[in-house]
Design a protein around this ligand. Structure first.
Ligand SMILES: [Zn+2]
Length: 325
């Protein structure tokens, strides 16, 4: 099995249907409008958000969040993943009545449990959400900078790309950068190449969430390649949300051939009927990648990981050992 690593997954969006059903039972809620035959059901953005909010609302206590990250990282490890970064969202915690600190500690506890069982390394990227507003994003950045949790190593901005301008977020990212956190921002998914360019110009991230629509501008693709910015590609998500019509039209292979650093990720896996394993399978089936090429994608992800040098070296050693076999 090819070893895997993931850089782009929203933890609230990673709750498997069977876990959501279990939580619904705990809180006496009816999951049947949102989950059928073990899968999430939705047909447009409104029904997607309804399903997402329904299950996010079933994670309320510290134990719920610990269970969530433990469950997800354990499932990743089962599929051959050795490293996982998840996006966390203090705004969700506050809505559930938990402090950002209690929420982060709980997710960290779940990650520690998964690591004890499987060896998978996990880190957290605190995110602000665009459609919640600039104020909340700066608050999230200040929390990320000050929380001191050893597994919080990055800061990002996610949410509806159609809201707000990149320049609005410069301050938040400066706070995060000064604290030594890794920087990633969603761009070039729902919005075109201009959003990727604006993100590079104004935020100077090490990585871009998605970024795939950079392919619309060859000059920009050359710039991404020469600056070594890493793209967190999520092909299954892109097809589910109709960013591209088919895997044949997905630019993953084009961007890779142009010298861009690309990685494979599941985004909000069960909502897009995917998993990290399926993303690797998609790349094998549709982007012409053999096991060696897939292992190289894992290496790119680990090299781009927001993790300390010692852990990174250990992960690379694990990869090398696996490829030597
Ligand atoms: Zn995302």
């Amino acid at each position: 099995m090819v070893l895997k690593a993931e850089l782009h997954c929203h933890i609230e969006g990673a709750a498997a249907p069977e876990l959501v059903i279990q939580q619904a039972r705990k809180y006496d809620k009816d999951p049947s409008p949102f989950i059928r035959d073990g899968s999430f059901v939705w047909h447009d953005f409104t029904s997607f958000l309804a399903a997402y909010d329904f299950s996010a609302d079933l994670f309320r206590t510290e134990e719920d969040y610990a269970l969530l990250s433990e469950y997800y990282l354990t499932s990743l490890a089962r599929d051959g993943a050795i490293y996982s970064e998840v996006f966390t969202s203090p705004d969700h915690a506050v809505r559930a009545g938990l402090s950002p600190k209690a929420y982060t500690n709980a997710l960290g506890e779940g990650m520690a449990r998964a690591k004890a069982k499987t060896g998978i390394e996990g880190r957290m990227i605190v995110t602000g959400v665009r459609h919640v507003g600039v104020e909340a994003i700066e608050k999230a950045a200040r929390f990320a900078a000050k929380c001191g949790h050893p597994l919080v190593t990055g800061f990002g901005v996610a949410g509806d790309e159609r809201m707000g301008d990149f320049e609005d977020y410069v301050r938040a990212f400066e706070i995060a950068r000064e604290a030594g956190l890794g920087i990633t921002i969603h761009a070039g998914e729902l919005m075109g190449w201009e959003s990727v360019q604006a993100a590079l110009d104004q935020i100077r991230p090490a990585r871009i969430g998605h970024g795939v629509r950079a392919v619309e501008n060859p000059d920009l693709v050359r710039r991404i390649a020469s600056e070594g910015v890493v793209l967190e590609c999520c092909p299954g998500s892109n097809i589910a949300l109709k960013v591209f019509d088919s895997f044949a039209e997905h630019p993953f292979a084009t961007l890779k051939a142009a010298g861009c650093k690309v990685t494979l990720n599941s985004d909000d896996p069960p909502y897009f009927w995917t998993s990290l394993k399926r993303e690797y399978d998609i790349a094998a089936q549709h982007f012409g990648m053999n096991d060696k090429a897939l292992a190289a994608v894992t290496r790119t992800a680990i090299e781009a990981a927001f993790v300390d040098k010692k852990t990174k070296a250990a992960l690379i050693a694990r990869l090398d050992k696996a490829s030597a076999r």
